[in-house]
Design a protein around this ligand. Structure first.
Ligand SMILES: Cc1cc2nc3c(=O)[nH]c(=O)nc-3n(C[C@H](O)[C@H](O)[C@H](O)COP(=O)(O)OP(=O)(O)OC[C@H]3O[C@@H](n4cnc5c(N)ncnc54)[C@H](O)[C@@H]3O)c2cc1C
Length: 382
């Protein structure tokens, strides 16, 4: 058994860290967070460095990266903030969906534009009355003889308002059949007639942003229905494992940044004439956080290894569940260790605290991960 990353993966992590250190400076991140502004400049730097090409195969201009490569990238990128990885992830995971399930025309037309940075992507599944129960979605698509017409409302779509973004919209295209056979996936430019976006005022993840989107008789030409009609539900499920794996890796990167910050602070900050880290009450919290981070990382890397060999649903579910909750606990410790400074907007711990809180909800809630895992263990839960 070998617990070390390969040389290529160490180099990848190193180059991503260097790129992030150069472009995502502390001032840049604070400004974006304060102004709730999309990281356009940073995204451009990722494109320039070929990072958008990483997970795609060579025949479409990609770099043939493995799930483990992508997890390594997610971890390194998220040390600057999990929010940034979500901007990258939205384009990449929707792009992989087109690659695997789209028509040859869609693959040729869209994937190269994602790699070149001309096209960004956002995923639109959730709705006001359809969250964990995504199958309850009500957005409809009907065929008018020449084109599809979309009507409805999507919620919480990450990065949907960025320039040159294609919305990947799941909608009910057939009536009188179960959801499995009733949903199609459509590609809709975010500035198409009939599309209205509203950036939502969220506690965290404020740069990439989450959006409410209404569709009012939006015309979608047949060429922009992904793959085949009424197959959207299986397309939605097909990409979830890789997305959750990389989310788990991102949580590890952010947790590491939080731990480093808290340990550094505990060594520097003096009260009663000595560093606060010399108090066992502080040191033990940080030691426990280190254990949780290592455990989350091992679960994640094992899941990446398993996904490289085939199905890894149980491994990925455990990594996503444990990693997100460990990230939340790490930021809670970080806030306590830093006292009032942690609570101040002039320090970065509060940003991680706010971002972390979304991770036990986004990409599937902790409760849904536990339901899924329990189901895999043969237990029936509603
Ligand atoms: C920052 C952020 C970004 C997001 N980005 C996107 C995006 O890009 N695209 C997109 O489509 N969606 C996105 N989402 C939405 C996300 O997928 C949903 O929030 C999530 O699926 C939960 O849905 P909900 O918020 O409606 O909560 P609900 O489903 O209403 O759940 C509320 C609570 O009830 C619990 N619960 C529900 N059902 C059960 C059950 N059967 N058993 C046990 N507990 C249950 C949940 O776990 C949760 O604790 C994002 C969310 C966030 C916070």
């Amino acid at each position: 058994m070998n617990f070390e990353l390969g040389e290529a993966q160490r180099q990848l992590a190193d180059s991503v860290r260097k790129l992030m250190a150069r472009y995502a400076t502390r001032d840049y991140i604070r400004e974006l967070d304060r102004e709730a502004r999309y990281p356009l400049e940073l995204y451009g730097a990722w494109v320039e460095a070929g990072l958008l090409a990483l997970p795609f195969p060579e025949e479409v201009g990609g770099l043939d990266g493995t799930p483990l490569d992508l997890a390594v990238l997610a971890e390194a990128m998220s040390e600057s903030g999990f929010d940034f990885f979500t901007a990258y992830a939205a384009s990449v995971f929707c792009g992989l969906n087109i690659l695997h399930n789209g028509t040859p025309d869609q693959r040729g037309r869209i994937v190269p534009r994602i790699i070149s940075g001309e096209q960004r992507m956002a995923i639109c599944v959730s709705e006001p009355d359809a969250g964990s129960d995504a199958a309850a979605m009500r957005t409809t698509a009907h065929w008018d003889g020449e084109a599809w017409r979309l009507d409805g409302c999507k919620l919480w779509s990450t990065g949907a308002g960025a320039p040159d973004t294609l919305l990947n919209v799941y909608a009910r295209s057939a009536a009188g059949v179960g959801t499995r056979d009733a949903v199609s996936l459509f590609l809709v430019p975010n500035d198409a007639p009939g599309v209205t976006l509203r950036k939502l005022d969220m506690l965290g993840r404020r740069c990439t942003g989450t959006y409410e989107i209404t569709f009012d008789d939006v015309r979608v030409p047949p060429a922009d229905l992904v793959g085949e009609p009424h197959k959207g539900w299986s397309y939605l499920l097909s990409g979830l494992q890789l997305e959750r794996l990389c989310s788990a890796a991102g949580y590890c990167g952010s947790s590491k940044a939080v731990l480093d910050m808290a340990v550094g602070y505990a060594q520097e900050r003096r009260q009663f004439g000595r560093p606060i880290g010399t108090n066992q009450a502080i040191a033990h919290q940080l030691a426990d956080t280190r254990v949780e981070l290592e455990a989350a990382r091992l679960l994640t890397y094992r899941a990446a290894w398993a996904l490289g060999r085939g199905d890894a649903l149980a491994e990925i579910t455990m990594a996503k569940l444990f990693g997100s909750e460990a990230y939340v606990r790490a930021t809670n410790v970080g806030m306590q260790v830093m006292g009032a400074y942690g609570y101040s907007m002039e320090f970065d711990m509060q940003r991680h605290f706010r971002d972390a809180r979304s991770t036990t909800v986004g990409a599937g809630t902790s409760e849904m991960q536990r339901n899924l895992l329990a189901g895999l263990m043969g237990l029936k839960v509603g």
